[in-house]
Design a protein around this ligand. Structure first.
Ligand SMILES: [Zn+2]
Length: 411
């Protein structure tokens, strides 16, 4: 028995925490049972098998825009980058966005990503085109995609709020936010209020990008947590970046982490983008020291669900990216000194099951879970992080969709 007829038998798989290799029977896209089984199947020869990677935060609508940039378009300030993006957006069509994003989607799949949440810019230049393109891509995609409507230009003024309602009607799965784009602290809080009002009215989740400036002055995470509890949206809100948590005094951070846990906020961290983004601060006379990342270890140890995303992939804001979640976890381990014995497992969880939890997907290596799986050449998590990033098999809904980084006929 191997692939076909809704059945796939994987032989001799190494599962973390189990002393012997196991056979895994997959039936109709779900893990049916794990143990010793009769019959032939795909021999994994003792290689590590894990739940598929979940890229919890990315911007597929902008992915690979560097292919269209000239040398003078690189290395600009955040403000200049936003202006350049407007220029590109004025030429957006639904078709050309899909055409540019599709190869990146397949590159992510080859790197073991079986589900992702993409932001889609909603603004005065591209209107709903990016969102429409992402919704179409989701329909065509072999992997799970959630589309988050992202108000790139803020939410002040009638029109912007209306666009977010139109985004929900068009098929956005949830609403994003960017409070720091607003001009005053009061407007930043109002930005959150507008989102909560829309989320409650339409019964959708929120995924807010906040506290990304590397300044302790921009600290909205406690307010987000309070509003989540007030609006009884526990478990339905994600906070992406949350860098300021690492910049405030330790006791304030500890109180905030407790509040985040109580509000069941899912925290998303995007290591590469967090380290590279430059926010000029008032009074800056020279380039500031390098950026921080949120308090990942402290959040995990407190039981907060923390997931990892690649964020931007080869675009105006971030020219790097090879679609590898392994590389992202490596970077996170360096930046947050994740050197404890359990940390390689923590890193893998953040890159897979934790993101799946945020997306409401049933992931895990247990019977009944979705058969979205990766098989590595390595035999444990640490070796997988330290090895070349190529993944032996990527399995989606019980079908092998990529082998050695190449799409199969099922992919
Ligand atoms: Zn982002």
């Amino acid at each position: 028995m191997s692939e076909g007829g809704g059945l796939l038998l994987l032989k001799n798989a190494r599962i973390h925490g189990m002393p012997e290799t196991q056979d895994i029977l997959i039936k109709d896209g779900l893990i049916d049972c794990i143990g010793g089984m009769e019959g032939s199947g795909v021999d994994l020869a003792g290689r590590l098998i894990t739940p598929g990677f979940v890229n919890i935060h990315t911007h597929l609508d902008k992915a690979d825009l560097i292919s269209y940039m000239g040398p003078s378009d690189f290395g600009k300030t955040l403000e200049e980058n936003r202006e350049l993006l407007k220029k590109f957006k004025s030429q957006y069509t639904v078709e050309n966005i899909i055409e540019r994003a599709t190869p990146v989607l397949y590159e992510l799949m080859a790197n073991g990503v079986t589900a992702l949440r993409t932001q889609a810019d909603i603004d005065s230049t591209c209107s709903l085109k990016a969102l429409e393109a992402m919704i179409e891509l989701k329909k065509q995609s072999p992997i799970n995609i959630q589309v988050c409507a992202f108000p790139q230009e803020g939410l002040m003024g009638e029109k912007q709020g209306g666009q977010m309602e139109a985004a929900i009607e068009t098929g956005a799965d949830l609403l994003g936010g960017l409070p720091l784009i607003e001009e005053t602290p009061e407007e930043q809080v109002k930005h959150l209020d507008i989102l909560f009002e829309l989320a409650v009215k339409h019964d959708v989740g929120l995924d807010i990008q906040l506290d990304e400036s590397n300044s302790p002055q921009d600290f909205l995470l406690p307010i987000l947590a309070e509003k989540t509890i007030e609006n009884r949206m526990e478990g339905k809100v994600a906070a992406t970046h949350c860098i300021s948590l690492s910049k405030v005094p330790a006791e304030v951070a500890a109180q905030t982490i407790n509040l985040v846990k109580q509000a069941e906020i899912n925290v998303n961290v995007t290591p590469g983008a967090n380290l590279i983004t430059r926010f000029p601060q008032p009074g800056d006379t020279h380039p500031r020291g390098y950026n921080s990342i949120t308090l990942v270890k402290e959040l995990i140890d407190a039981g907060v669900n923390v997931a990892v995303g690649t964020d931007n992939i080869r675009d105006i804001f971030f020219p790097y990216g090879n679609c590898s979640m392994i590389r992202e976890t490596y970077l996170l381990a360096m930046a947050t000194r994740m050197t404890r014995a359990k940390d390689p497992e923590n890193l893998f969880k953040m890159a897979s099951v934790n993101g799946a939890k945020t997306m409401g997907l049933n992931y895990g290596l247990i019977p009944g879970a979705k058969a979205d799986l990766n098989v590595f050449y390595a035999t444990d998590y640490l070796k997988a992080i330290n090895s070349p990033e190529k993944i032996a098999y990527v399995i989606k809904d019980g079908r092998i969709i990529c082998k050695d980084g190449v799409k199969t006929q099922s992919g």
